[in-house]
Design a protein around this ligand. Structure first.
Ligand SMILES: [Ca+2]
Length: 198
């Protein structure tokens, strides 16, 4: 009987593993970083430290025309996403180099937290690219599948342990996050950001 149960358990584990490896099907939801609540955040600039909406920069190659950048440990970007069900979603982020040169981002150098839990993801890199007029060189990076709960969820992206900006921890510039899921999602966005940018 024990052996039988063990077999059932093994089969179930394999099934759930298969499910985890398959791409999540559903709708793509894009949430712009510039619409998150930026008030009270302190950034990390080349000269001086931008704060709040000062973290937003206009850029023709950014989705919605803006991105947030010059981020440090005191400027976590927090996306608040309301889901109509407990669900799994594939998380992608569109990030730029923030003119930091070649940087490697991984769960140590860049923390991504979903409902307070650090997401383990494969390292990705950003670089300034070849175009001197576009030193952000935005790219979409797949982070992986995350669990969302019914109701409010927080997805935080914040500088981890690194020395990428003048020996201080920084982060890539962030254009947006994209979630693909079967659930219906809605973002809670900053009125101040909408008032300023729309
Ligand atoms: Ca954007």
């Amino acid at each position: 009987m024990k052996k039988f149960l063990a077999l059932i358990l093994a089969a179930m584990m394999m099934l759930s593993l298969t499910a985890a490896l398959a791409d999540v099907e559903g709708t793509d939801y894009t949430f712009e970083a510039e619409y998150t609540e930026l008030e009270g955040l302190e950034g990390l600039g080349v000269s001086g430290s931008p704060t709040g909406l000062g973290l937003v920069t206009e850029n023709a190659k950014a989705s919605n025309g803006y991105f947030v950048g010059n981020l440090g440990t005191a400027s976590p970007i927090t996306f608040i996403v309301v889901s109509d069900a407990d669900t799994v979603a594939t998380l992608k982020i569109r990030v730029g180099s923030n003119i930091l040169g070649n940087c490697a981002w991984n769960p140590t150098t860049l923390k991504i937290l979903v409902n307070g839990e650090a997401v383990q993801y494969e390292e990705f890199t950003t670089d300034n690219g070849d175009d001197p007029m576009d030193q952000n060189n935005f790219k979409v990076k797949k982070i992986g599948d995350i669990n969302l709960v019914k109701g409010e969820n927080t997805i935080v992206i914040v500088a981890g342990e690194n020395t990428y900006r003048s020996n201080l921890p920084s982060a890539p510039s962030i254009d947006y996050i994209r979630l693909t899921t079967a659930a219906a999602l809605e973002a809670v966005e900053s009125e101040a950001s909408h008032d300023e940018l729309d």
